[in-house]
Design a protein around this ligand. Structure first.
Ligand code: M6R
Length: 603
């Protein structure tokens, strides 16, 4: 949450910052701000509440320079006001600081070090700027030493970029638990929360490790570890294309990403299957085989993808799978088995809730695999093994193609392990053929957008609440479908096990309540249809999303058949489109729902 970008040594600092912030807007869009300076110290700070576009409107052509830092905020401490927008200044205004993360001891810092200081906002970041400024002005430390001293006091998560107005040729950066990268250019260098923010300028990047301090100048980058010892580090090339991160002709990223799913399925097959073999590293298979239980740790949509993977994973690998909500794991620690393997499923690879579990399970000495769309992300670096999703950047806050990619990659892993251990079901399961069928089913559903849009207008217009119901795999899809609908359309929606409604929640069904039923399993279809009757007779308006082999007259949306292990991959597509059109019909911003951010880097 929150995005940071900085550049030093360029002629167009303002343009580079704005372009970078636009790419980071998915990380938060409560307010934005920049600081730019030229070498003669002509300097500007501009801030605006809301989106980057509001900031842009306030920037005149005279605002430019050779160095700058910028920030887009997801509010944690204090409301989204201009006073709380970054960059924040020290008391004398000399130090400017942008920050992503949460400083846990900012109140103690205020009391212990900053008595008598006047703060204009309520953020933890402003406290840090004052602390650094105080070490320069009162203790006469250099900006670098003041920065380092402050980092020794600050507790919590941070990615910081700092500029000293007296010397506008250096950006001081540091990180702990929050993401930050250095981008390398010819005659200029950059910093940013991710590679996308810098990819227009460079494809060469340097990782920063937690607790390191990095001194970025136009023609040098110096990395110091916690003890102040200089570190050598090789640059890496990011395999990102500018076109991957654009919307193209689509009105919203979410629609583009929904449409990309058949192609993502094919890309996953290409990356993980060659010459009749599943390409999963031997040590990853070994880790699964040696485990007596798999713990999947994840949040939100990734957690739902874990559920959708549970059945086939257990059946193909003969290993029980337990699902853990990352943010609960620390307090509700399940009784762990003797040889657990932890699988962290995360689109971004940066989710703080999952990361705190990873740190804990590593301390306990347990092996960890991260399944992520961002190899090189924190969860990927810190786990023993990584499997990539190959879904391409997902930019809409609502996750779509990452969900289906996560399930597909988990199925590859389960199949590869199952074959290795001689599991009969795995041997007879032609996964590549089945994933191709999934892609075909997805294409057919995506061709029915207009029909689905009309159904949304018919069933969800003006409603304030709705229910998704299903059994088995369809229940897991219902949870994900409900999350998608509520997070972007703001329709209050719950995903329920169809048989569970009558144990209490059915009391909420009244005349016209939309109930969206998912049916993809012939053997339990009649039970779900029974539940449909129960809610219909109490006035519910039931929309039925049904696989072709379960079809009956009067069903609303049909989905092409796929293997029973993989029904989530096919059944989720109409529900993503339902969420998309419900949001569009309400005139809301599909890609940037209120209160949310794409990458949740605070606990
Ligand atoms: O990056 P992650 O997959 O770890 O993110 C976890 C959740 O925050 C995420 O899946 C969230 O629920 C989705 N954006 C919802 O669409």
């Amino acid at each position: 949450m929150c995005g940071i970008v900085g550049v030093v040594g360029s002629k167009n600092a303002t343009d580079i910052l704005i372009q970078g912030l636009q790419k980071l807007e998915y990380r938060g869009y409560d307010s934005a701000g920049i600081f730019v300076s030229d070498e003669r110290k002509n300097q500007s700070i501009i801030k605006a509440v809301g989106r980057i576009s509001s900031l842009q409107e306030k920037i005149g052509i005279e605002v430019n320079g050779s160095i700058g830092i910028g920030h887009t905020r997801w509010a944690t401490h204090g409301k989204p006001t201009e006073n709380n927008a970054h960059p924040h200044a020290s008391e004398s205004n000399r130090i400017l600081l942008v920050h992503n993360g949460v400083v846990e001891n900012y109140k103690e810092i205020k009391t212990e070090y900053l008595n008598g200081h006047h703060f204009i906002g309520e953020t933890d970041t402003e406290v840090c700027a004052h602390l650094i400024g105080k070490f320069i002005e009162v203790d006469h430390l250099t900006p670098k030493d003041a920065f380092v001293k402050a980092l020794g006091i600050i507790e919590g998560s941070y990615a910081f970029a700092m500029v000293d107005r007296e010397d506008p040729t250096v950006i001081y950066v540091a990180k702990n638990k929050s993401p930050l990268l250095v981008g390398l250019g010819e005659g200029y260098n950059m910093v940013g929360s991710d590679a996308m923010a810098m990819i227009r300028e460079t494809k060469q990047f340097l990782e920063i490790h937690d607790k390191e301090v990095v001194i970025v100048k136009k023609d040098s980058v110096e990395i110091l570890d916690e003890a102040g010892i200089q570190q050598e580090r090789d640059a890496f090339t990011a395999e990102l294309d500018l076109s991957d991160i654009g919307k193209g002709t689509y009105p919203y990223y979410m629609l583009k990403e929904i449409d990309e799913q058949p192609a993502v399925m094919r890309r996953i097959m290409q990356n993980y299957f060659k010459d009749g073999k599943y390409l999963v590293a031997d040590e990853i298979k070994k880790a699964v085989i040696e485990a007596d239980r798999i713990y999947i740790v994840a949040a939100g949509t990734s957690y739902h993808a874990g559920y959708a993977s549970k059945t086939f994973f257990e059946e193909l690998t003969d290993t029980p799978v337990e699902l853990c909500i990352a943010s609960e794991f620390g307090y509700n620690l399940p009784l762990l088995s003797k040889k657990p393997l932890f699988i962290y499923i995360s689109q971004s690879g940066e989710t703080a809730d999952s990361r705190q579990v990873l740190v804990k399970t590593k301390e306990l000495g347990y092996p960890a695999l991260t399944v992520t769309n961002v190899p090189g992300s924190t969860l990927s670096r810190e786990a023993d093994f990584t499997m990539a999703l190959h879904a391409g950047p997902e930019i809409a806050v609502a996750s779509t193609k990452a969900y289906t990619a996560q399930i597909a990659v988990m199925s590859i892993l389960a199949k590869a392990v199952g074959e290795e251990i001689g599991n009969e079901k795995a041997k007879s399961f032609n996964l590549i053929q089945e994933l191709s069928l999934v892609a075909t089913s997805m294409v057919a559903t995506l061709a029915e957008k207009e029909w689905i849009e009309s159904k949304v207008a018919e069933y969800l217009k003006d409603t304030r609440n709705a229910f998704y119901i299903g059994r088995g795999q369809d229940y897991f899809v219902s949870m994900e479908a409900a999350l998608k609908l509520k997070e972007i359309s703001y329709i209050q929606c719950e995903g329920f096990a169809a048989g569970e409604l009558k144990h209490g929640t059915i009391a909420l069904i009244e005349e016209g309540t939309p109930v969206l039923a998912i049916i993809s399993n012939k053997s339990i279809a009649s039970h779900t249809r029974g539940n449909i009757m129960e809610v219909s007779s109490r006035g519910a308006n039931v929309l039925k999303v049904v696989s072709a082999d379960c079809q009956e007259e009067g069903d609303d949306i049909l989905v092409g058949n796929v293997h029973s292990y993989l029904t989530s991959l096919a059944m989720v597509i109409p529900t993503q489109l339902i969420a998309y059109y419900a949001t569009l019909q309400r005139g809301l911003d599909v890609d940037k729902p209120r209160n949310l951010a794409k990458s949740v880097t605070v606990e």
